[in-house]
Design a protein around this ligand. Structure first.
Ligand code: FAD
Length: 404
């Protein structure tokens, strides 16, 4: 008999919500997270309205409502000299019209604690180093930071390790057990940065995005502080570091303040809380691989350009999608053949729901990063600010996902 029915790698929003949903369905679940919580995470921290009913279902809705920032009723575009503001499109399905922002230190901890309260065994801080075996009897090799390593046997593996760190190695008995190849450095690689500020003067109901030469970002009030997060190409980052001679985060802050009067105004007199944190390179795209019995959720399955702020949506909703598909029959009935059928069903639904968002986010990001496209875009928004509302609606902000 296995130690558990499902072992989940990583306790970001995708992993923790998978653990919660599977535990609620009666599965025995082990959740492994390498970092001690609470921890900061590079993220714009906006949670779209279409997730809030699912957040209720996960069992943290009340705490989320108490702790999150104001309802985001306005969307903005901060150009070099002025900011265009329009109405955020209200979500027309579900009980919550507007999204809100909450620090990832708080959000991820709420989810993790909820998982623990449902009987999920949380192993933390610990890293899943390798997965071996096959569906029905995987062995997960776990390195614990403060005690000896451990081996957990499981029927199913949920890979929720994100996309910004190397995941565990998969040495599986059947089928595609390729591990991600290293991709050589490219000038277009994107690096992401985040800092939080106290005393900023951004309107609490405004979620604003901005364009940089070679990058883009967003700024919002999340709980009691203002979060600024952005992405910048490797070549643009190198240029701004050379120009300022400063550490990467400080150089990026200088570039953002210099490029964007709206950010400059909002942060005048504000104080940064803590250092800039960064990750990268980001590689937006779909990564669903058919490893029998290993199911990826969240960024491990696919990642959007962060400009549209839909990564948490995809994390939570892919977890829900997976749980719906996995729990239709008892876990003991999932053999290699059935696992592949379930994987195909999951991959089809995943692609249907999320691939259009990836393509749209990519188009928006490429416009924002290229001044010869961003400048006419800013001129068009000045004339027709409601384009911002339409752009957000197209990005899926006005509807809950149609499944399950
Ligand atoms: C600049 C920027 C701004 C963004 N803004 C927004 C936004 O406003 N709204 C939005 O919805 N999305 C936003 N996103 C996207 C969002 O942050 C991600 O999509 C989201 O974090 C994905 O969640 P996840 O659970 O898949 O992965 P993660 O949040 O990355 O969680 C993965 C977890 O797995 C753990 N882990 C990794 N490897 C192992 C291992 N081997 N063993 C154990 N644990 C492991 C990690 O420590 C981590 O906690 C933004 C992203 C960026 C870069």
């Amino acid at each position: 008999m296995n130690d558990t029915d499902a072992l989940v790698i990583g306790a970001g929003p995708a992993g923790a919500s998978s653990a919660i949903l599977l535990a609620k369905a009666g599965w025995r679940v082990v959740l492994v997270e390498q970092h001690v919580y609470p921890r900061q995470k590079v993220c714009g921290e906006c949670v779209a309205a279409g997730n809030l009913e699912l957040i209720d279902e996960l069992g943290i809705g009340q705490r989320f409502q108490q702790l999150a920032g104001a309802e985001l009723r306005q969307v903005g575009w901060m150009a070099a000299r002025r900011t265009e503001i329009a109405k955020f499109p209200a979500c027309t399905t579900g009980g919550y019209p507007y999204g809100r922002a909450l620090g990832r230190d708080v959000f991820d901890s709420l989810l993790l604690e909820r998982a623990r309260s449902l009987g999920v065994r949380v192993i933390q801080p610990a890293k899943v180093r390798a997965v071996t075996g096959e569906v029905g009897q995987f062995e997960c090799h776990i390195d614990q930071r403060f005690s000896s390593s451990e081996k957990v046997t499981t029927a199913i593996v949920v890979d929720a390790h994100g996309s910004w760190e190397e995941g565990p190695s998969f040495n599986l008995r059947h089928l595609d057990s390729r591990n991600h190849a290293r991709v050589p450095h490219q000038s277009a690689d994107l690096f992401a940065f985040k800092a939080r500020f106290k005393g900023a003067t951004l309107a609490p109901q405004l979620l604003s995005v901005f364009a940089l030469k070679g990058g883009y970002g967003g700024i919002v009030v999340a709980d009691d502080v203002t979060t600024l997060a952005c992405c910048i190409r490797r070549d643009a980052l190198r240029a701004c570091r050379v120009q300022t001679g400063a550490l990467a985060g400080i150089a990026v802050e200088a570039l953002v303040r210099d490029s964007c009067s709206g950010v400059r105004e909002a942060l005048r007199g504000a104080q940064r809380c803590g250092p800039w944190i960064s990750v990268g390179p980001l590689r937006p795209g779909i990564r669903l691989t058919a490893r029998s019995g290993v199911f990826s959720v969240g960024n491990a399955a696919g990642e959007t350009h962060p400009l549209i702020g839909e990564g948490i949506t995809m994390a939570l909703q892919s977890a829900k999608l997976l749980e719906t598909i996995l729990t239709q029959a008892p876990v003991a009935t999932i053999d290699a053949e059935r696992a592949l059928i379930l994987h195909r069903r999951y991959a089809r639904a995943w692609t249907l729901n999320f691939a259009p968002r990836l393509r749209l986010a990519s188009a928006y990001a490429h416009i924002a990063m290229r001044p010869f496209l961003a400048l006419p875009m800013a001129a068009a928004l000045r004339r027709w600010p409601s384009l911002l509302t339409h752009g957000a609606r197209l990005a899926g902000k006005a509807q809950m996902a149609p499944f399950p």
